[in-house]
Structures are given as structure tokens and as C-alpha cells.
Design a protein around this ligand. Structure first.
Ligand SMILES: [Zn+2]
Length: 281
């Protein structure tokens, strides 16, 4: 299996707000301890079973919250067992449901210090981006430190500040062991790669993001691609194809195991940003 991606979902917010069933998808396992639980195909939300509680990565928007909660139950878990909520970046499509998930679970919410400031200072570029979604304000309880992994049970999540798409976009890396053959896999989710905030048009009106973030994104490619990743997960499922194998996971078959996908995905996203630069986009 090599790297494949699909076209972005057309009018995703409108669809999720008014016809959410059109994008709905059942939860599915992607690695020995991780499930895709977003309940919809637009924004990725992942649940990691640490053996001592659950970690939720990203929450999508309030309009699809019912799909997220239902997915957690359908995957065989309970929201009350979520002990940490990690946010990849401050945009409403990843954070809009954070307040409700925190209220439901009592779990602390983590985001980078940089994107927390971005969120507080610049709601028009983080939260208030689409008239059809009504993201709820949330409190951030903890910041990430690249030097101090977040630990719960036997899972240790290393965070890495990967600016570009936002100023404090954060990527996650962790390891899981296959109980059948004892092999350990490194799993990664990049925090955000959208070129929609890495182009001259965006910078011309932005109050907060500047072209040096794009430079940093391009410069980080090599460093990130050099990290060995066995299972690469997308923050939006169109960025790395995963839906085609939904429901096929077994510990024996490992349908998402492919050490080439991570680097190919990064190269493709950098190519897209450079293409816009050439078009003076
Ligand atoms: Zn975003």
C-alpha cells in the first residue's frame, strides 16, 4: 500500500451542520491501541486506549459532537474514561467540541502555548470562521512541552511544535505494541498541513500569521520526514487515505502499517504549499 489522498470534502461545515448523517462513519481501529472515533469523515478524532484511561485527540465541531460521542460508545469505550483531551491546533474544526467534551469527561484540555494565545487573541482566525458552526469557548488546562512527553498508562505521547498551518500547530508521536507478534510501531499524527493559511492571500489580511511560518513549515519537512513512522494518521482523512480500510483492522493484518506513507505525505503537502507560492497564491 502506498501513499494516497483524496479530494477535500465539499462544503463540510454546512453538511455536518445540517445533514451530518451524510458524512457519518462508524468507528474503526487503526493500530493496536487507537481508534478513529470522529463519527464523520471530515475531521479526524482519535481515541487511544492507554490501559489506564483514554486519550482523545481533537474534537471536531459541536455540530458533529453526537457522532463523536456515539462513536466512542460504539468502539466499546465510555467518554467518562477519557483522561486527556489533546488539541492539534486552534482552528474551530479541531477545537469546537472541546468545551463539551471537557464537560462530559472532566478531562483536562491541552494545546500549545502558541495556539492558545492565537485562540485568545484572534478568534476571527481560529474560532469564528464559518457561520454554520457554533464552536464553544474552552479553557486550556495545560501546554505541551516537546521535551516532556504526556504519559498515561503505558502510552507516552511525544509532542512536536510544527508551525505553519498555525503558529502553534502540534504533531503527536507515540508507540504501541502489537500484542500478537510483540512488534512496536511508531504512530504519528501531523497537527495541520492545510495550505489555506500558508499563502500570500491569507497573509495579506491575517492579524496573526506571517510568511515566516510558511518558511518554517518548508524547512521542517526534512527533519520530520526523517522520523521513522510506521502508521501515519491524518488530521483530516482526505490528507492520507484511511477510510478505504475502515473496519478491516486486525492485530494480524495491520492494514495501516506502511513506513513510506509519512514521508510521502509530508512531501506532498510541501509540494502543495510551493505550488501556491509559484502561483503567488
Ligand atoms: Zn486548521
Amino acid at each position: 500500500m502506498s501513499f494516497r489522498c483524496t479530494k477535500p470534502t465539499p462544503e463540510p461545515v454546512k453538511t455536518l451542520a445540517y445533514e451530518p448523517w451524510k458524512l457519518s462513519v462508524k468507528p474503526f481501529q487503526v493500530s493496536p491501541r487507537t481508534w478513529y472515533v470522529a463519527g464523520q469523515t471530515w475531521v479526524g478524532c482519535y481515541l487511544i486506549d492507554t490501559g489506564a484511561g483514554l486519550i482523545l485527540i481533537d474534537t471536531a465541531i459541536p455540530e458533529s459532537l453526537h457522532l463523536l460521542v456515539d462513536s466512542i460508545y460504539q468502539a466499546g469505550f465510555r467518554p467518562q474514561d477519557i483522561k486527556m483531551i489533546l488539541l492539534s491546533h486552534a482552528h474551530f474544526d479541531h477545537t469546537g467540541g472541546a468545551a463539551a467534551m471537557k464537560a462530559l469527561t472532566g478531562a483536562p484540555v491541552y494545546m500549545s502555548r502558541e495556539d492558545t494565545e492565537f485562540y485568545y487573541n484572534c478568534p476571527e482566525e481560529t474560532m469564528v470562521l464559518d457561520p454554520d458552526s457554533h464552536p464553544q469557548d474552552f479553557q486550556v488546562d495545560g501546554f505541551y512541552s516537546d521535551d516532556e512527553p504526556l504519559r498515561l498508562g503505558d502510552i507516552s505521547i511525544r509532542t512536536m511544535l510544527t508551525p505553519g498551518h498555525t503558529i502553534g500547530c502540534t504533531s503527536f508521536f507515540w508507540e504501541e505494541t502489537n500484542p500478537v507478534n510483540g512488534q512496536t510501531y511508531r504512530i504519528a499524527m501531523h497537527g495541520g498541513v492545510g495550505a489555506n493559511t500558508m499563502n500570500d492571500k491569507y497573509y495579506a489580511t491575517s492579524r496573526y500569521l506571517t510568511p515566516d511560518l510558511r518558511e518554517r513549515f518548508l524547512a521542517d519537512e526534512e527533519k520530520l520526514a526523517a522520523i521513522h513512522v510506521d502508521i501515519a494518521l491524518p488530521s483530516h482523512p482526505n490528507q492520507i487515505e484511511i477510510m478505504d480500510r475502515a473496519g478491516q483492522y486486525t492485530h494480524e493484518s495491520q492494514p495501516y502499517l506502511d513506513e513510506t506513507v509519512w514521508a510521502d505525505f509530508l512531501h506532498e503537502r510541501v509540494r502543495q504549499v510551493r505550488e501556491l507560492m509559484e502561483k503567488k497564491g
